[in-house]
Design a protein around this ligand. Structure first.
Ligand code: MFK
Length: 490
């Protein structure tokens, strides 16, 4: 006889995450020229299978074994060793082998290379335990070096950052934040002392250094006698270890205890005379690091998108196997409508994110016109802030769709919500990005340009409102622009 005691609910399962994603497939069919379809589809199908199986297992292993810092050897020598899990190491190798960075810089699919790469990242990220974070900084660093680095840095670093060989592949950190602030970096107190032609040694403390196990980092510092404020900052390249694999005058104080992203090593550290090379000219630090930020913000959007997709895939699957009140959840009209409404939010985020990715691809291939360049600059903060906030909302609703199980740690579901919160914090908070957008509007006449592009939408008239010049309305403006642009994308 079947009693309630015999009942055990099956948890949610993943299918090949590419095969099951009709929205992605249709987007790629309609937005990438047919000559690239076969190769890209075959690759993404392989990746979708890995994301649902091996990579998800490695990510679980990385989450179960967070990084550990050992500051001293048993005999008292300062060693600052960060131990990372096998899962994390395997994910790094997979990222290189699959060309997660390389695809964007080889540009074999011309301006569509970014679309291909970001589709790959979208599948990789939710099964990567946030290995996507070092990848974002790696990609941004490669772009900064490609734009502003000399031959030495191209050979020394760019080639490794963009390598498909796991033995040669490097990742990069981006160390911008000090104790005085991550949004307002004008108080940066790291000093760069001259040590030969374009060579410096850095002294200062960095408060958030993610991916501290990377081989290199880009960071901001102030040359001696440079002016105060952000205009006195320059951009520097450094390598974390010397030829004997010892840290290059770097002391790691501790790893951060974070709300989420726990597999990702994030440290506080001090540079105590670390050799560095300046990228760009003195005082150009913000402008030069902006090329990193613009890439990491697009990554943030794509990773938020992948995160939403994962949360929804699990919630849809569960709705088809969980019964309540005599029928499957999916057959309850209200449950189905709740998930369908979240699906619409996801799809809107998808449209905006890949619209910006396409612009990025065009700009990097030198075929974007002036309007497209302005749009890319203006919409990068918008897509980042919009998708981050929607991701938190979708993740919260998705775990609620599991009832109590969504609140229980060993189901793995609460992590969806904890991890989602980071998207709106790192790489610029919602308000900082909304204000950045406002600054761009003031400089580049973005609103008239947008009003012209969006003129078929009666709501675009709102863009002429004077109130947008007030910074307190910047957030409202940012979300309005996001919604209007999404509605204009066919
Ligand atoms: C890892 C585990 C997670 C743990 C939780 C997360 C913890 C948080 C970790 C972090 O701290 S992550 C870092 C977060 N911080 C940011 O993302 C930076 C946010 N701040 C900004 O984005 C500011 O706008 C910025 C620092 C870039 C600049 O502010 P400023 O100092 O007021 O400079 P300004 O005047 O806005 O820009 C200087 C120049 O750079 C201008 O050019 P001009 O000199 O020609 O006028 C700008 O146009 C240009 N610029 C600024 N942003 C740009 C840009 N150009 C292109 N693209 C951009 N995005």
């Amino acid at each position: 006889m079947n009693t309630m005691n015999d009942f055990y609910q099956n948890g949610p399962e993943l299918q090949n995450t590419f095969d099951s994603d009709m929205f992605l497939k249709n987007y790629l069919k309609n937005n990438i020229p047919a000559e690239y379809h076969q190769q890209i589809f075959e690759h993404l199908q392989k990746v979708g299978a890995l994301a649902a199986t091996t990579w998800a297992q490695w990510a679980a292993e990385a989450e179960a074994h967070p990084p550990k810092l050992t500051t001293f050897s048993p005999w008292g020598k300062r060693i600052d060793q960060i131990e990372i899990s096998n899962g994390w190491k395997q994910l790094e190798k997979a990222a290189a082998t699959e060309g997660l960075i390389a695809i964007a810089f080889e540009r074999k699919q011309k301006e569509f290379s970014r679309v291909y790469q970001m589709a790959l990242l979208y599948l990789f990220a939710p099964s990567s335990a946030f290995f996507s974070c070092p990848l974002a900084m790696t990609d941004g660093a490669a772009r900064a070096i490609e734009l502003d680095g000399d031959e030495n840095l191209i050979t020394r670093a760019f080639k490794k950052l963009t390598s498909r060989d796991p033995e040669k592949f490097w990742t990069s950190g981006q160390w911008m934040t000090e104790r005085t602030g991550g949004s307002d970096v004008s108080g940066t107190s790291t000093i760069a002392k001259a040590a030969g032609e374009n060579r410096f040694t850095l002294e200062g403390t960095k408060w958030f250094t993610s991916a501290t196990t990377s081989q290199m980092a880009l960071t901001l510092a102030r040359t001696e006698n440079a002016e105060a404020g952000s205009r006195g900052l320059s951009l520097f390249y450094l390598e974390l270890r010397d030829e004997n694999n010892n840290l290059n005058n770097i002391e790691v104080h501790r790893l951060k205890e974070k709300l989420g992203t726990i597999a990702l090593p994030t440290a506080e550290l001090t540079l105590t005379g670390t050799p560095a090379i300046m990228i760009g000219k003195p005082g150009e630090g913000i402008k030069r690091i902006a090329s990193v930020l613009n890439i990491t913000r697009v990554y943030n959007s794509i990773c938020a998108l992948g995160h939403m997709r994962r949360a929804l895939d699990l919630a849809w699957d569960f709705a088809q196997k969980r019964k309540a009140f005599g029928q499957f959840l999916i057959d309850h009209p209200l449950h189905k409508k709740t998930l369908s409404d979240l699906e619409v939010i996801f799809q809107r985020c998808f449209k905006l994110s890949f619209f910006v990715v396409k612009l990025l691809g065009k700009e990097e291939c030198g075929i974007a016109n002036e309007q497209e360049k302005i749009l890319l600059r203006a919409l990068t903060p918008i897509v980042k802030l919009y998708t981050a906030k929607k991701c938190i909302l979708v993740s919260s609703e998705a775990i609620e769709a599991f009832g109590g199980a969504g609140y229980i740690e060993d189901t793995g579901l609460p992590r969806l919500l904890r991890d989602a919160q980071v998207f709106s914090i790192w790489e610029g908070t919602t308000n900082v990005l909304a204000l950045d957008f406002l600054k761009v509007c003031q400089k580049e006449s973005v609103l008239p340009l947008l009003a012209e592009i969006l003129k078929s939408n009666p709501q675009s008239l709102q863009l002429q409102d004077k109130k947008w010049q007030e910074s307190e309305n910047a957030r409202e403006l940012a979300f309005l622009v996001a919604e209007l642009v999404i509605e204009s994308i066919t």
